[in-house]
Design a protein. Structure first.
Ligand code: ADP
Ligand code: MG
Length: 733
């Protein structure tokens, strides 16, 4: 076992180059980018132009694929994948565990004479039935007939993964019950994209943009993570089992020098990210940016933004490949929101925007007064959605890991608010104050400086890191999402919230429409209305401050501080009504989701607590007592020999600490038994149990931890049983 005393094994740097061409020269990125994706380019070689046309439409605009086309696509995909060396295919989906799931099947089949053939049918492409009983369902499938199946999502292309374990054709899929309930994170996202599309097109038509046929949402998810030497991570039961450290004394140096952020990327880590990028390019994930993050050992990679559904799939792929390629470099990648106390945690900034069929970004302030009006209308629709559904947005990012991050002066607080930046804030205030009454909309906008909006995109160098939902020039950044979370779910909720906001705006516009169009003056009136109604969601100041918490309370904004407080939202019909209305989730989806989330919270906390108890009992206490024993012996011997030594004094101090530690351990263990006794883990008790864990057990874990950290400061490093923060956060380069 690697311990703090041993010098960790430092393997040679693994350097991977870009793939080589047949003539031996290095290929260029565009040559191999997407080479393992069964995209339109690859389909063109295997499908008729008519089929290709249909597929192209379905991939862009959604829609169904009939069984005969599915047959031809399956056979084309099979040929493509087998030529590339694949032996298996799998439906790849996002059950509500946060990770992805996959069940592999061989292309192998035996014909009626028992001869081996390769087969992959349209039916196998369209549908597969994993053993659904082992996935979280929140009781939804407790009845016999409520089983689930996965079904290909043709709007996300199939791809082939090459790993140490072989080559497999991956089929991005949704996971639904036979009653049509969503059992995954992808289905709500697809549904929300559809409803936002409809509502946003309505808005544009009311604004006179009759040529627009559809609107899509775009997402670019910045991914933060920690990198730890694998042998050290493996020597820590807490990291292995729960992804975070539950013990660990702060090292003499943390992130106070701010020398890590954007600093030189350590050689080994850069070699790892380099290989990561090459692997991701092959499967068409457009990673663009890599840099050190704020905490030592923390990094970020970010892709070029894409349509929300593809971006969400690509983020899942990124998380998967981070782990597998990390292992090749002897790294364990920690996606947990707070692996280390005392330094920053990790998030996933979800950059989000809407664009229409003409290619225009609807959150981009344009150059003409009319374009500015379109921009302001979508901005207002978005703010209306955030204002009305802040609590549900908060609940959509609630997780055990995120509880250590939100509100911990490093990430946005748990209070949802909107940051717009100086210029925009001033303009909206002026519109709200009605400073431009009784003039033409065009003149009003000039007076208010709306014509300067086009510069907002350039000027808006906002780095107000404290806002959970910040406008950054031509997009919003939803920063409260946790680093390990699926992008799909929070994006689905955001889409639904904005759909609901636009619905309100549309009703106001429609009431003022003449022949289906609204005059600029009337649009202006609607904007003023919305800006006034949603004023309270806007906040430009320091989100970490106590003043903001007080102010937010006065404004009546929600402050759901932790997961057990946030999860109640899912069963509050008044708050979640818009999810049903927009078709994002059904009533039973919501119920099962709530149950799953309660259960996940409890299970994850119990793993942490049990890991802590075990480390305390079998590692830390023996180490401390061993040292105490040596001091006691030394003290006795020195007294006998009349030699002065501090042994007795030290033994007294350490003795006291070990007593405190053992008391904390006993107290935690007893409380844990009490909280989890009886029917505490039965369905109807889950909320109560989760709250008890948060309120009663977590403070006891903290007491155990703080005592352990004091012991770590006095027990000889050579006797400490676990790799230390210093070892893990400041490795040799
Ligand atoms: P930052 O300064 O916050 O790092 P970047 O411009 O690098 O800003 O963008 C961060 C992420 O936002 C990237 O993934 C980028 O592709 C994405 N992004 C940029 N424009 C948009 C947009 N219009 N819609 C959605 N995401 C976008
Ligand atoms: Mg950013």
């Amino acid at each position: 076992m690697a311990t703090g005393k041993t010098t960790p094994h430092i393997p040679a740097v693994r350097t991977i180059e870009r793939p080589r061409n047949l003539d031996g020269t290095l290929s260029r990125v565009p040559d191999f980018y997407g080479s393992n994706v069964f995209d339109l380019r690859s389909m063109a070689k295997k499908l008729s132009s008519h089929d290709l046309d249909t597929m192209s439409k379905v991939m862009k605009l959604g829609g169904k694929i009939d069984s005969t086309l599915a047959e031809r696509v399956a056979s084309a995909a099979r040929e493509w994948a087998i030529e590339k060396g694949a032996t298996h295919y799998c439906h790849w989906f996002q059950p509500q565990t946060g990770t992805t799931a996959e069940k592999h099947d061989a292309f192998l089949w035996l014909d009626k004479n028992g001869h081996p053939i390769e087969r992959f049918t349209g039916k196998e492409l369209l549908q597969s039935e994993p053993d659904a009983s082992s996935f979280p369902s929140g009781g939804m499938r407790s009845t016999f007939e409520a089983r689930g199946y996965t079904s290909w999502d043709p709007s996300s292309p199939m791809f082939m993964m090459e790993t140490e374990n072989g080559r497999t054709l991956y089929i991005p899929s949704v996971f639904i019950s036979y009653h049509g309930d969503a059992l995954d994170f992808k289905t709500p996202l697809l549904r929300s994209n559809e409803s936002l599309n409809k509502e946003a097109v309505k808005t544009l038509h009311l604004l006179g943009e009759k040529n627009v046929t559809n609107v899509v949402t775009n997402v670019g998810a910045e991914q933060e993570f920690f990198v730890v030497a694998r042998d050290q991570a493996m020597a820590r039961p807490d990291i292995r089992l729960s992804g975070r450290t539950v013990f660990g004394k702060r090292p003499a140096k943390g992130q106070e020098l701010e020398d890590h952020y954007f600093g030189h990327i350590p050689t080994r880590v850069q070699a790892f990210i380099n290989e990561l990028e090459i692997e991701l390019y092959k499967v068409g994930v457009p990673i663009k940016t890599r840099h050190n993050e704020v905490a030592p050992g923390q990094f970020e990679v970010a892709p070029i933004f894409e349509g929300a559904n593809i971006a969400a799939d690509h983020n899942q792929l990124l998380m998967k490949v981070l782990r597998t390629v990390g292992a090749r470099h002897n790294f364990t990648v920690l996606l947990h929101e707070k692996p280390f106390a005392g330094v920053n945690g990790s998030g996933k900034h979800v950059n989000w925007s809407m664009s229409d069929s003409t290619g225009r970004n609807l959150l981009d302030p344009g150059n003409t007064p009319h374009q500015n009006l379109v921009f302001l209308t979508f901005l207002c629709g978005t703010m209306q959605g955030i204002f009305d559904h802040a609590n549900v947005l908060r609940a959509s990012v609630a997780s055990t890991g995120n509880d250590h991050r939100l509100g911990a002066n490093e990430a946005p607080p748990a209070i949802i608010s909107c940051f717009l930046g100086d210029t925009l804030d001033r303009i909206l205030n002026a519109i709200e104050a009605g400073k431009a009454d009784n003039v033409s909309a065009e003149k009003a906008m000039l007076d208010l400086g709306v014509n300067h909006l086009q510069h907002v995109a350039l000027d808006n160098t906002d780095r107000n890191r404290t806002s959970p939902f910040a406008f950054t020039g031509n997009k919003f950044e939803f920063r409260a999402v946790g680093s390990s979370a699926s992008v799909s779910f929070p994006t689905a909720i955001l889409n639904a919230a904005v759909t609901s906001g636009l619905t309100k705006v549309n009703a106001k516009l429609a009431a003022r429409a003449k022949n289906g169009t609204v005059s600029p003056e009337a649009i202006f009136e609607v904007l003023r209305d919305v800006i006034r109604d949603t004023h309270n969601i806007r906040f430009e100041g320091n989100g970490y401050s106590q003043e903001w918490r007080d102010e937010a309370a006065r404004r009546g904004l929600g402050n759901l501080a932790d997961t057990p407080s946030a999860l109640g939202v899912w069963t509050n019909k008044e708050q979640t009504g818009f999810l049903v209305e927009t078709g994002t989730l059904t009533g039973s989806d919501l119920e099962s989701r709530a149950a799953i989330q309660w259960e996940r919270y409890i299970k994850q906390r119990l793993i942490e607590l049990n890991a802590a108890i075990e480390m305390a009992q079998t590692g830390i206490l023996p180490a401390a007592l061993g040292y105490l024993g040596e001091l006691v012996n030394l003290g006795e011997a020195s007294a006998r020999l009349h030699i002065s030594s501090p042994a007795q004094k030290l033994a007294g101090e350490i003795g006291q600490l070990t007593v405190r530690f053992e008391n904390a351990l006993t107290s935690l263990r007893t409380s844990l038994e009490r909280v989890t006794s009886g029917d505490a883990l039965e369905h109807h008790e889950l909320p109560k149990t989760a709250k008890e864990i948060a309120v009663q057990l977590l403070p006891k874990l903290e007491e155990l931890r703080s005592t352990a950290d004091l012991l770590e400061a006095v027990v000889p490093a050579s006797k400490w049983p676990y790799p230390t923060y210093q070892d893990m956060l400041f490795p040799a380069d």
